[in-house]
Design a protein around this ligand. Structure first.
Ligand code: UD1
Ligand code: CA
Length: 460
C-alpha cells in the first residue's frame, strides 16, 4: 500500500483524431478499453486514491472506470475539455490531505505496465518528481523533452508549439509523471493557455517546477510501452502488440502451443492452460478459458466460453458455452448462450445448440438444432434432429433421457420428453411424450404404386 500516493488518470477528452461517436478511452484493444488497460497497470500499485477525470461521455467512461474494481477509485467531472493541465486542476480538490505524491497518467496509453510505473515511482522517490520519456524515430505529434545541463527535464514543448530545432529532438514526453503534491498544486495555479491550441497544458507544470529549482528526473523507457493511441491506426497497432505480448506469455510461461501467433487473436483476459494447442484463425474473447491439452481451431471463435481439458473445438463459433473435458466439437458447430456440453460429448458438423445441456458421452454428430433442451448421458441425437422449441410466442423445453436414441430427422415438438432408453423412428414428428424403453413411430406409412413411373413415361 502506498498510503500517500494518489493516481490521476485523464480520460475526459473526446479523441477528435479517432473520428468516432464514442469517447476515445472507451475504444477497445485486445478485449479491454484503453482506460481499462491503464487502470490494470495502476491496480498493483495499491495507491490510496485513484481519481479518473471524465468529461466527454462522462457517464459511460465513469461506468467503465468503476467496472475495473480498482481500489480507492473515484471520478471527477471536467465539464469542458480545456486541456490536460485543466483536467488535473479539476482532480486536485478530490485529493485527501494525506496525499503527498501524485502520479499523473493519460487514459490512452494501453501498453503501460505496472513494473514500469513502480520504476517511475522509485526514480522520483528521492527528488521532486520523475517522468517517463522515450526516444522515437518519428516523434511527430508528441511533446518534446528539453533537458538542462545535469540531464534533468527543464521543459516540455508541444509539437505544434515547437521550433524546427526543438522538433529535431527525438526524446518525447510519454505523458506519465510522479510529482510532489505541493509542487504540483503550486505549478497548476500558475498555468496559462498561451499556446497554439489555447489550452491549459499539463506539460507546462514541469517547466514551472524546474524554473523554481525542483528536480524532475527523466526515466527513459521503451517507446512501445508508452505509446499514446490517438487514432484507429494506432489502436490497431496497440491491439496487435497487446495480443502478441499475451500470446508470448502463454507460450513461454504457461506452455501453450500457438502455431501462428500473428493469426491467433487472444483477448488479454483469456486463460489457456499447459499443452493446449491453438491453431490459426482462432479468436478467443471475453474471459474464455481453455483447459490443459485442449485443441482449439483452426478458425474457432469463442466468446466467454469454457473449454475443458483435452477437448477438441474445430472451426466453431461459441458464445457463453461450456465444453466439457474430452468433448469433440465441430467442424462448423454453433454453440449459443447456455450450451453446456458434459465430458466426452460430441457435437458435430452443422449442429446449432442454445440453452442446451448435453450429458456425458452423448452425441449430436450432424445437422441438428438443439435448443432449450436437456439431454441425458449416453444419448444419441442422429442426423437432422430438431427441437421444435418455439411456436412464435413462447419457448418450450425438450428432455431426452439417458441412453435414448432419437432417430434421423426427428422433430421433437416441445414441450416433450423422450424417456430413458427410448427410441424414435427416423422421420418422426414427436408431439407426445415417449415412455422409457419404448419406440415411437410418428410418420405416415409408405405407399408403393407398382409400375407407376413406367406408365408415366409411356403416356409421354
Ligand atoms: C499529450 C501531451 C504530450 C505527450 C502525449 C503523450 C499535453 C499538453 N500533451 O499530448 O506532451 O507527448 O500526450 O501521449 O499534455 N484529456 C483530458 N482533458 C482534456 C484534454 C485531454 O482529460 O481537456 C485527456 C485525454 O482524454 C487523454 C489524455 O488527456 O486521455 C491526453 O490527451 P491527448 O489529447 O491525447 O494529448 P496529446 O495530444 O496526445
Ligand atoms: Ca494522446
Amino acid at each position: 500500500m502506498a498510503a500517500d500516493l494518489a493516481v490521476i488518470v485523464l480520460a475526459a477528452g473526446k479523441g477528435t483524431r479517432f473520428r468516432s461517436e464514442r469517447a476515445k478511452v472507451l475504444h477497445r484493444a485486445a478485449g479491454r478499453s484503453l482506460v481499462g488497460h491503464v487502470l490494470e497497470a495502476v491496480r498493483p500499485l495499491g495507491a490510496a486514491q485513484v481519481v479518473v477525470v471524465v468529461g466527454h461521455q462522462a457517464d459511460e467512461v465513469r461506468a467503465e472506470a468503476e467496472a475495473s474494481g480498482v481500489g480507492g477509485l473515484t471520478t471527477v467531472l471536467q465539464a469542458e475539455q480545456r486541456g490536460t493541465g485543466h483536467a488535473v486542476q479539476q482532480a486536485m480538490p478530490a485529493l485527501d490531505p494525506a496525499i503527498g505524491r501524485v502520479l499523473v497518467l493519460f487514459g490512452d496509453t494501453p501498453m503501460l505496465t505496472a513494473p514500469t510505473l513502480e520504476q517511475l515511482l522509485a526514480t522520483g522517490a528521492e527528488v521532486t518528481g520523475a517522468m517517463l520519456t522515450a526516444v522515437l524515430d518519428d516523434p511527430t505529434g508528441y511533446g518534446r523533452v528539453l533537458r538542462d545541463d545535469r540531464g534533468d527535464v527543464a521543459r516540455i514543448v508541444e509539437h505544434r508549439d515547437a521550433s524546427e530545432e526543438q522538433r529535431a529532438v527525438g526524446e518525447i514526453n510519454a505523458g506519465m509523471f510522479v510529482v510532489d503534491r505541493a509542487v504540483l498544486a503550486d505549478a497548476l495555479d500558475r498555468l496559462g493557455d498561451d499556446n497554439d491550441q489555447g489550452e491549459i497544458y499539463l506539460t507546462d507544470v514541469v517547466g514551472i517546477a524546474a524554473d523554481a529549482g525542483h528536480r524532475i528526473v527523466p526515466l527513459v523507457v521503451e517507446a512501445a510501452e508508452v505509446a499514446g493511441v490517438n487514432d484507429r491506426a494506432q489502436l490497431a497497432q496497440a491491439a496487435a502488440a497487446l495480443r502478441a505480448a499475451h500470446a508470448h506469455r502463454l507460450m513461454t510461461e504457461v506452455g501453450v502451443s500457438i502455431v501462428d501467433p500473428a493469426h491467433t487473436y487472444l483477448d488479454v483476459d483469456v486463460v489457456v492452460e499447459r499443452d493446449a494447442v491453438l491453431l490459426p484463425g482462432t479468436v478467443l474473447e471475453a474471459g474464455t478459458t481453455i483447459g490443459a491439452g485442449a485443441t482449439v481451431g483452426p478458425n474457432s471463435h469463442l466468446t466467454t466460453c469454457e473449454v475443458g481439458a483435452g477437448a477438441v473445438v474445430h472451426s466453431t463459433r461459441g458464445v457463453e458455452a461450456r465444453i466439457g473435458p474430452g468433448a469433440q466439437v465441430g467442424p462448423f458447430s454453433h454453440l449459443r448462450a447456455g450450451t453446456v456440453l458434459a465430458a466426452a460429448t460430441k457435437v458435430g458438423a452443422y449442429v446449432e445448440t442454445k440453452n442446451a445441456r448435453i450429458g456425458e458421452g452423448s452425441k449430436v454428430p450432424h445437422l441438428a438444432y438443439v435448443g432449450d433442451a436437456t439431454v441425458g448421458e449416453g444419448a444419441n441425437l442422429a442426423c437432422g434432429v430438431i427441437t421444435v422449441n418455439y411456436d412464435g410466442r413462447t419457448k418450450s423445453h425438450t428432455t431426452v433421457g439417458d441412453g435414448a436414441f432419437v432417430g434421423c430427422d426427428t422433430m421433437l415438438v416441445a414441450p416433450v420428453t423422450i424417456g430413458v432408453g427410448a427410441y424414435t423412428a427416423a422421420g418422426s414428428t414427436i408431439t407426445e411424450d415417449v415412455p422409457d424403453d419404448a419406440l415411437a413411430i410418428a410418420r405416415s406409412r409408405q405407399t408403393v404404386k407398382p409400375g407407376w413411373a413406367a406408365r408415366q413415361r409411356e403416356n409421354g
